[in-house]
Ligand binder design. Sequence first.
Ligand code: NCD
Length: 311
Amino acid sequence: MTYPRKHLLAIEGLEPPHIADLLDLAESYALLNRSGKTQRDLLKGRTLINLFFEDSTRTRTSFELAGKRLGADVINMSVSTSSVNKGETLLDTASTLNAMHCDLLVVRHGQSGAPSLLSQKVDAAVINAGDGTHEHPTQALLDALTIRRHKGRLEGLVVAICGDIAHSRVARSNMHLLTTMGSRVRVVGPPTLIPAEAARLGVEVFHDMKAGLAGADVVMMLRLQRERMSGGMVPSAREFFRFYGLDAEKLAHAKPDSIVMHPGPMNRGVEIDSAIADHPTRSVIGEQVEMGVACRMAVLDMLARGLRRNV
Ligand code: NCD
């Protein structure tokens, strides 16, 4: 197994064998989870702290479940009930967590770079669970695993990532991972929601859904992240749906066996039509959540191998 780092802060910088090894390990956890077996001794005696400064449903619960399935002691720190509300700085919170000898620290924060800063101040292995508009590496891993299970490979696939690309850490991590693994990535959205760096990242830019989806193997829809927008970058939700919302008519331009993905939370009727989100054969949104647990188990396992026990 090759994983060269102590932390998982970003997909950018990882090489194909690192990603492939993480996905292979995650695949074995997906099978283990489906068989109902457990491996509760792997992280026995380890402490995992979930430190979430932003809302989360899937990511926090799946890290909790992943940690517990591997036998770790899991603590969820919700910032609304922590001393951060009493004015404590991020770094003071870090030294408090350090004094508790936490082994694995899962961090979500509204500021890009916050998990990286923390990783320099704590002894624990730090996992970025989403930082601002920067990266969300475990989401990209679970997306890649879901794609690989359906398409058998990542190389050569046409993947269209649609909607609010500019504010999406999910899009950024996916662009890095998929281009590294040889997929042909397209981003599709209005000019105001496509980041200037898209071309540098080696992806093709489309402003029209029909053209962007033509011949796609994978269609990945993203939420409008209004909380990260300053001012009106998009027209009304109704108008956005008309041009960029995924419905049967637009999906007809993708390959007939293409799969539809969404990291959640979904805004039905804005970026995706309910009939597509719930489509029994094309939508793999539920499977993404399932693969989220498996990928997080793989990441925890891989990082724990590199940790020396705190005595
Ligand atoms: C995403 C996130 O938080 O970046 N959600 C997730 O982790 N599944 C996407 C979003 O908030 O739209």
